[in-house]
Design a protein around this ligand. Structure first.
Ligand SMILES: C[S@@+](CC[C@H](N)C(=O)[O-])C[C@H]1O[C@@H](n2cnc3c(N)ncnc32)[C@H](O)[C@@H]1O
Length: 182
């Protein structure tokens, strides 16, 4: 089990055919492809990335698997311009930098926070947001250090926030959060 397989297992339990899902950090397209399979032909996956390299890479992966997603080269902080409030079943964030890409381009707390706030409005009630935080190394600790208290402070009358940690992993273990809109 790693953070990716954990999140995919939870997502597979939650997402139904015909759903609308968002991949907030498209990267190489593995999450978008996974979600596209879950939603099937009647559903829709909308995926965001700020790097053309990621968009191209994700498009190639999806095409190679005969899958489709709407790939948008824009910040996830603007996701509300593309989706309707209350329409989305699941939103996935895999924070950090593009694997095999430019390590100086990575997610930052301010835009991540804005995207989470907007994403929570886009979710249906009962919808799920999965946020995996990768940190340390080239991307440092700024995002993790600001995100943890932000998520801890989310209103417990409106959201359930579950944290999954790799508890005995010594060096910079990823942390996955599962936020349900009640
Ligand atoms: C860890 S990778 C995502 C991995 C991806 N989900 C996959 O399946 O391969 C993080 C991605 O977030 C992207 N990113 C950074 N800031 C962003 C932003 N403000 N909006 C959308 N994507 C962003 C990076 O370009 C990078 O491709």
């Amino acid at each position: 089990m790693n953070a990716l397989t954990l999140v995919h297992a939870v997502a597979a339990r939650h997402v139904k055919k015909g759903d609308i899902c968002v991949d907030a950090t498209a990267g190489r397209g593995y999450d978008a492809a996974f979600l596209a399979e879950l939603v099937g032909d009647d559903g829709q996956v909308v995926a965001f990335d700020i790097q053309q390299e990621a968009i191209d890479s994700a498009a190639a992966l999806l095409a190679s698997r005969g899958l489709s997603a709407r790939l948008i080269k824009d910040s996830h902080a603007n996701m509300d311009a593309y989706l309707e409030e209350g329409s989305v079943s699941l939103i996935m964030f895999n924070l950090g930098y593009l694997p095999g890409g430019d390590h100086s381009v990575f997610t930052h707390f301010e835009s991540t926070r804005e995207a989470i706030e907007k994403g929570l409005k886009l979710l249906k009630s009962g919808g799920l947001m999965c946020v995996s935080v990768y940190y340390g190394g080239d991307s440092g600790y700024e995002e993790r250090d600001a995100l943890l208290p932000y998520l801890k402070a989310l209103d417990d009358g409106k959201y359930q926030v579950i944290e999954a940690a790799f508890y005995n992993w010594k060096k910079d273990p990823p942390i996955s959060f599962f936020i349900t809109k009640l």
